[in-house]
Design a protein around this ligand. Sequence first.
Ligand code: IPM
Ligand code: MN
Length: 359
Amino acid sequence: MKIAVLPGDGIGHEIIAEAVKVLNVLDLSLELETASVGGTAYKEQGHPLPESTLKLAKEADAILFGAVGDFQYDNLERHLRPEQAILGLRKELGLFANLRPAICYEQLTHASSLKPELVAGLDLLIIRELTGDIYFGQPRGRRTATDGHFPGAEEAFDTMRYSRPEIERIAHTAFQAARKRKNKVTSVDKANVLETFQFWRDVVTEVHQQYQDVTLEHMYVDNAAMQLVKAPKNLDVVVTGNMFGDILSDEAAMLTGSIGMLPSASLNARSQGLYEPSHGSAPDIAGQGIANPLATILSAAMMLRYSLNQAEAADRIEQAVQTVLAQGLRTGDIYSEGTTRVGTAQMGDAVVAALQNAR
Ligand code: IPM
Ligand code: MN
């Protein structure tokens, strides 16, 4: 099993190093190959997603991704910015299904900005369509307006669009995920305003005919944003488009108090996947050895489960993470009085030790 390891920028290298440590003690015959991506790749090779990196990613069974982005690249032309690396990988590999769990760990209930009773035991799964919508819709660009409120003015435009097969396949992903959970799907749209999302609602409803055992509810995105902070435990599987999913998944992540804990998976039709923490490259704390590696370690667990058919090893990693939390070890982002503050490497070492002791 071949894994492309793409650390990227900022804290990427530090957190990936810990996930690699964890993978290495599992005795699975994994072949890890590292390549550069993002701003780092731009600096070294003039492009955020070099041909050689893309080739490695395409050939691998799975990709373990750190994070990309840094303020220093903000003024580059769009196609050279670090974010293009992740967008390019999603597009080139057809990674249409983005799974973003938001789990509130028992020991971290008090780290949430919401009242503990609202989030205790929270375990929701956001399924974000990842290769369509306004993110990729053509045409897009700048031009001179010929109509609208200010004809003759400079304007910019993007295109929101979804095709039937794109909606069908993500709906199948959601209903199938629901069958392994609580048999409930909330489809989030803006059908009251947008044609694209009226179509989304219609197609999701049609696909639902094949999953009569699953309850389907539809919710407008503004209401979903509200429900997430009002009563998040009423939601279980949430399926939505690319842009709404981007926004709602950040909101959901914060409910758990710690974006530093949340993994994600982006899958294509062949179960090839890219696995990355839900957080970004945090350039402000890069190089200090204080970033939380647990989201990346948990992403490695998702990788074992979804792309490498090693569910048991995935369980062991998740158990080991619970163990270190129970031991009271905390990186700065999840630190609270009475717990023990540790750095990135210490946290990784503790997970390794927990795995070894569990044998
Ligand atoms: C995410 C990020 C990306 C997105 C950016 C970096 C392009 O915010 O993975 O959620 O908007 O999809
Ligand atoms: Mn985002």
